[in-house]
Design a protein around this ligand. Structure first.
Ligand code: ASP
Ligand code: CP
Length: 312
């Protein structure tokens, strides 16, 4: 089996063996990272450019760490101090980076579809690090790796994705990945934050947290992404927490061994109570971050070998 593509732009359309290939390779990187022997030469002489038009802590840092652990030259382009501020377009910026013979271009952008547009114009392999409300494929892969390592499987699990579904690229990528691997996916949130098309994605739609969490194996919380809301459809943070925020009372509806996840950044007291977020028996939020480095190493490793050369 192969991961047969030059880029990683979205989870939608990937086949189970392709996802399985990336997760298996990431698993080997978890072990390597934990052994402390992660420094390798696989990407020596290759250049990775991180091009982030939106804020990031986890994704940008873990791509940087992943690239360095594999021996690549890593450049973090600071968009806020770049010539984008002088009016240079996205495509001209990409063409400029392309002329420097970059091999891997990691892109985060506020517009859905921006990484795909770049992929059509540059020679490098493009990795989508989050585009608008569209997708965040490496987040879904790291979430899947976290679940698989903890639960031993993904097929047959019930996963409740909670909160601001409408503005979440994390939700979209996770829905595609989890459904492709055979999980039952539920989405829950206020009617204004669950898009009508959610039912068409093969999910069960709920507007009541306790019903949505009943019997769930995984509870995945999402931040209110105010930066993407044109008008505030949510009453107040206090009221939001009362109905949609995860505390131990609501979590009691899920299975006793249900895991709590959050892609980060968290807004404590808005979508999640600190006591739940920090409970090591239930919360795997820090582990998700660790898996992020391994997944990104697996993705860089795979794409650097080129399409069709990634046999399992
Ligand atoms: N960090 C994730 C993203 O960039 C989730 C979030 O920002 O709430 O999509
Ligand atoms: N989960 C995630 O993408 O975090 P950052 O926005 O900090 O990269």
């Amino acid at each position: 089996m192969f991961y047969s593509q030059k880029h990683l732009l979205q989870i939608e359309g990937l086949h189970p063996p392709e996802i399985g290939y990336l997760l298996d390779l990431a698993e080997s990187y978890v072990l390597l990272n934990r052994s402390g022997k992660a420094q390798r030469d696989l990407l020596r002489g290759r250049t990775l450019i991180n091009l982030f038009f939106e804020d990031s802590t986890r994704t940008r840092t873990s791509f940087e760490l992943a690239g360095k652990r594999l021996g690549a030259d890593v450049i973090n382009m600071s968009v806020s101090t770049s010539s984008v501020n002088k009016g240079e377009t996205l495509l001209d910026t990409a063409a400029t980076l392309n002329a420097m013979h970059c091999d891997l271009l990691v892109v985060r952008h506020g517009q859905s579809g921006a990484p795909r547009l770049l992929a059509e114009k540059v020679d490098a392999s493009v990795i989508n690090a989050g585009d608008g409300t569209h997708e965040h494929p490496t987040q879904a892969l790291l979430d899947a790796l976290t679940i698989k390592r903890r639960k031993g499987r993904i097929a047959g699990l019930t996963v409740a994705i909670c909160g601001d579904i409408a503005h979440s690229r994390v939700a979209r990528s996770n829905i595609h990945l989890l459904a492709t691997l055979g999980a039952h996916v539920r989405v829950v949130g206020p009617p204004t934050l669950v898009p009508p098309e959610a039912a068409l994605w093969g999910t069960e739609v709920f507007h009541d947290m306790v019903h949505a969490l009943e019997g769930a194996d995984i509870v995945m919380m999402l931040r209110l992404q105010r930066e993407r809301m044109s008008r505030g459809p949510v009453p107040s943070e206090r009221e939001y927490f009362r109905f949609w925020g995860l505390d131990f009372k609501k979590l009691a509806a899920a299975k006793p061994d249900a895991l709590v996840m959050h892609p980060g950044p968290m807004n404590r007291g808005v979508e999640i109570d600190s006591a739940v977020a920090d409970d090591p028996r239930r919360s795997v939020i820090r582990e998700q971050v660790e898996m992020g480095v391994a997944v990104r190493m697996a993705v860089l490793d795979t794409l650097s070998r080129g399409p069709g050369r990634n046999a399992i």
